[in-house]
Design a protein around this ligand. Structure first.
Ligand code: ATP
Length: 243
């Protein structure tokens, strides 16, 4: 059996990154470093700038000022959204499509046809019986697993997830969390937003806490949950209304 050892993940560096839209500063100048293969959870109230920070980090948005860079070659990256964006095709075809435009395959799938690679991803995420079903009629949880299967085929070294479980029931949440842990165990760095404190406690190695477009904390999870340094994070953890 070949054991695939993932190489170290490049460090992401944000230097004074801000985002201004029509005169409003939505993200104040932010400097941070994400090093190592950790699971980083981004938390904060609605409108705090969590998604913005993630989209800027992933390169979907250009900062108004400052710079986003990787300390070596930018790694393969994928992003999973709250509402998965799927093509009007079958579940299987959604995956073969992404394989047709992205190379190379995951090391453990090398030598397999695109269809066989896609089927193996569907099996991995418990979707094989739904392979022929149109992706858009799948349930919310199934669609999210399909989005994760698609991300898995891209073999990302960094996976960004923007509130991937906010519309899901407990069983579907568990399936997504298991998948996140499996990505991480296979050497993928995780960066994820959530509103769910229990989920953050289950998954986080470290936490970024944002409030009103400002990064107030970047701390190891155990410190964040027991001794947050900002009053806003303290109130947020206690479940008090913060905005
Ligand atoms: N591309 C954009 N252009 C202009 N404004 C934006 C853009 N993206 C987000 N915003 C605004 O920036 C603010 C922060 O949005 P963001 O989506 O980052 O918040 P969030 O912390 O993820 O909130 P939620 O928990 O509600 O998802 C909001 O007022 C939003 O309307």
């Amino acid at each position: 059996m070949t054991i695939y050892q993932a190489p170290p993940v490049a460090t992401l560096q944000l230097e004074n990154v801000s985002f201004v839209h029509r005169g409003s500063t939505l993200l104040k100048p932010t400097t941070l470093q994400l090093a190592g293969c950790h699971r980083t959870l981004i938390m904060g109230p609605n409108g705090a700038g969590k998604s913005l920070l993630m989209r800027l980090s992933h390169g979907l948005l250009t900062p108004t000022s400052g710079s986003v860079h990787w300390q070596s070659e930018p790694p393969a990256q994928a992003m999973v959204f709250q509402r998965p964006v799927l093509l009007r095709r079958s579940a299987l075809d959604n995956l073969t499509y992404v394989l047709a435009i992205n190379n190379p395959p995951r090391p453990e799938l090398k030598g397999l046809s695109r269809k066989a690679q896609a089927m193996s991803a569907l099996e991995k995420f418990g979707l094989a019986p739904l392979a022929k079903r149109p992706a858009r009629v799948l349930s919310g949880g199934e669609q999210q697993r399909l989005a994760l299967a698609r991300a898995w085929l891209l073999n990302p070294r960094v996976l960004f997830l923007d509130e991937p479980t906010s519309a899901l029931d407990p069983a579907a949440i568990k399936a997504v969390e298991d998948a996140v842990l499996e990505f991480h165990h296979s050497g993928t760095r995780i960066v994820m937003t959530t509103h769910d404190l229990h989920q953050a406690r289950r998954l986080a190695n470290d936490v970024l806490f944002l409030h009103n477009g400002e990064l107030l904390e970047h701390t190891p999870a155990n410190v964040f949950f027991t001794a947050p340094s900002s009053p806003e994070a303290g109130a947020f953890i206690r479940g008090e209304l913060v905005w």
